[in-house]
Write a protein that binds this ligand. Structure first.
Ligand code: FAD
Length: 390
C-alpha cells in the first residue's frame, strides 16, 4: 500500500477483465478511493467497428438497475432500454398469447450489451484514480504476493504487484484457474446439450418494429426455443436455442433444409426474419455453447476474489447472469464498508454470503431452461403462472 501523501494508505487494486462486471467493479473501487488498474484482454471496444462475442442485447432487471444506481448510471442506461412488460408466446399454429410479468406493469428492460459495456468503461475512466489497460491478457498470477503477469499484442510481458486483485474475466476465467492452484476450491461446471445462435430480425418495410416491441417474444417448441428481444433501432435480436445435434442436422441439409426447418417449427418467423437473411445467417454460423459454473470459496486469503461469470456463470434462461454479477459489486461494497476495507475478514464473508445465493441463481436458470421451452406451453403452467424474470 502507498500512503498517497495522507495518513491512510491507498489500496492498490487490480481488476482483471473489463467486461460488464469488471468495468462496474472498477467504478465501485474508485469510489472507495482505491488506486485501480483495470486490465482487459481485448482492445478498447469503444474503438472497434465490430465487437464479437456474446448476446447483442440483454434483459436488465431490478438487481442490475440497483447496482447501476450506485455509480450514477441507472438513468443513462434505462433511458436507452426498451421495457418488456410481458412474454408474447408464438404458438405453433400462429396464435399469440401474452403473459405479463407483473400485475402492476413492472418491466424488464432490453439493453444493448455494447453500449452498456462502453458506458461503464467511460464512467470508470472519469475517475482520476482508475487506469484502463486494454490488450492486456492475464497469463499468470502469484496470488500470495498479488503479482500479475500479462501478455500484450506486441509481445511485451507486463507485470505488477497489487494489494488486492478482483477477477472478473468471465466464464472461462484465468483468475479462477489461478485461484484453484493455490486454494482448495470446490468447482463444478456443466455444459447443456443446447447451443444458441443469434438471428437478426430487421425492421418492417415501413421502418417500424417488425413485431410489438414491449414484449419478450418466445416461440417455445419443447426441444427448441426461439426468443426475440427488441433493440432501439427497431430491430430485434432473435436467439435460437436447440440441441447441437439438431443444429448439425439442419446444417447438413443446406439452405433449403433451414427453410424447411423453420416452416415446420417457426412458420410465422420466416417473414419476420426474411428468407434470404435466414439462409445466410444460419449457414454461416454455428451453435454456441452455454455453461453453468459453481464454485466455493471465491477468494484467496486477503489477496484475491472472483466475481461475475468468473465465479458463477449461468445458462441465460433466467436473464440474470449479468444482473447477478452487478449485484456482486453491491454486496461486496456493503461488506467492505462493514469491515472498513479489511480484506482478511471481508473476503471470506463475501464468499460465504454470495456463493450460495449465486448457486441458487444457477439452479433457477437451469430450471427456466426447461420452463421457457416447454412449460410455457402447458395449460397447467398457464393457469398457475405467477412470476419469473424472462
Ligand atoms: P464477461 O462479460 O464475459 O466479461 C469478461 C471480460 O474479461 C471480457 O471482456 C474478456 O475479454 C475479459 N477477459 C477474459 N479473459 C481475460 C484475461 N485472461 N485477461 C484479461 N481479460 C480477460 N445476463 C443477464 O443478466 N440478462 C440477460 O438477458 C442475459 N442474456 C444472455 C444471453 C446469452 C446468449 C448469454 C450467453 C448470456 C446472457 N447473459 C445475460 C449473461 C451475461 O452475458 C453474463 O452474465 C455477463 O456477460 C457476465 O459479465 P462478466 O463481466 O462477469 O463476464
Amino acid at each position: 500500500m502507498d500512503s498517497g501523501g495522507g495518513d491512510t494508505p491507498v489500496v492498490k487494486a487490480a481488476v482483471v477483465g473489463g467486461g460488464l462486471v469488471g468495468a462496474l467493479q472498477a467504478c465501485f473501487l474508485a469510489k472507495r478511493g482505491f488506486q485501480v488498474d483495470l486490465y482487459e484482454g481485448r482492445e478498447d471496444i469503444r474503438k472497434m467497428e465490430v465487437v464479437k462475442g456474446r448476446s447483442i442485447n440483454l434483459a436488465l432487471s431490478i438487481r442490475g438497475r440497483a447496482a447501476l444506481r450506485h455509480v450514477g448510471l441507472e438513468e443513462e442506461i434505462t433511458s436507452k432500454g426498451i421495457p418488456m412488460r410481458a412474454r408474447r408466446i408464438h404458438g405453433r399454429d400462429g396464435t399469440l398469447t401474452n403473459q405479463p410479468y407483473d400485475k402492476d406493469g413492472q418491466a424488464i428492460l432490453s439493453v444493448d450489451r455494447r453500449n452498456l459495456n462502453e458506458t461503464l468503461l467511460t464512467k470508470a475512466e472519469t475517475f482520476p484514480n482508475v487506469k484502463l489497460h486494454f490488450s492486456h491478457k492475464l497469463t499468470r498470477a502469484d496470488l500470495d504476493k498479488g503479482e500479475l503477469a500479462f501478455s500484450t499484442p506486441n509481445g511485451d510481458a507486463v507485470s505488477d504487484t497489487y494489494d488486492i486483485v478482483f477477477g472478473t474475466d468471465g466464464a472461462y476465467s484465468t483468475m479462477r484457474r489461478q485461484l484453484m492452484r493455490v486454494n482448495r476450491i470446490n468447482f463444478s461446471q456443466e455444459y447443456i446439450p443446447h447451443g444458441y445462435m443469434e438471428l437478426f430480425i430487421p425492421p418492417a418495410k415501413d421502418g417500424s418494429f417488425g413485431m410489438l416491441p414491449n414484449y419478450l417474444h418466445i416461440w417455445p417448441r419443447d426441444e427448441f426455443m426461439m426468443i426475440g428481444l427488441p433493440n432501439q433501432d427497431k430491430t430485434f435480436t432473435g436467439t435460437l436455442f436447440m440441441p447441437f445435434d439438431e443444429f448439425d442436422r439442419v446444417h447438413a441439409k443446406g439452405e433449403e433444409g433451414v427453410i424447411a426447418f423453420f416452416q415446420e417449427h417457426f412458420p410465422d418467423a420466416i417473414n419476420i426474419i426474411g428468407e434470404e437473411n435466414l439462409r445466410k445467417t444460419f449457414m454461416s454460423s454455428s451453435g454456441l455453447p452455454m455453461v453453468s459454473v459453481k464454485c466455493y470459496p471465491y477468494h484467496h486469503k486477503d489477496k484475491a476474489v472472483i466475481m461475475g461469470d468468473a465465479a458463477h456463470a449461468m445458462v441465460p434462461f433466467y436473464g440474470q447472469g449479468m444482473n447477478c454479477g452487478f449485484e456482486d459489486c453491491v454486496v461486496l461494497d456493503e461488506i467492505l464498508d462493514k469491515h472498513n476495507n479489511n480484506f482478511k475478514t471481508a473476503l471470506p464473508e463475501f464468499s460465504k454470503i454470495r456463493s450460495p445465493d449465486a448457486q441458487a441463481m444457477c439452479d433457477l436458470a437451469m430450471y427456466n431452461y426447461i420452463e421457457m421451452r416447454h412449460l410455457v406451453n402447458s395449460k397447467l403452467f398457464l393457469m398457475n403462472k405467477k412470476l419469473d424474470n424472462f
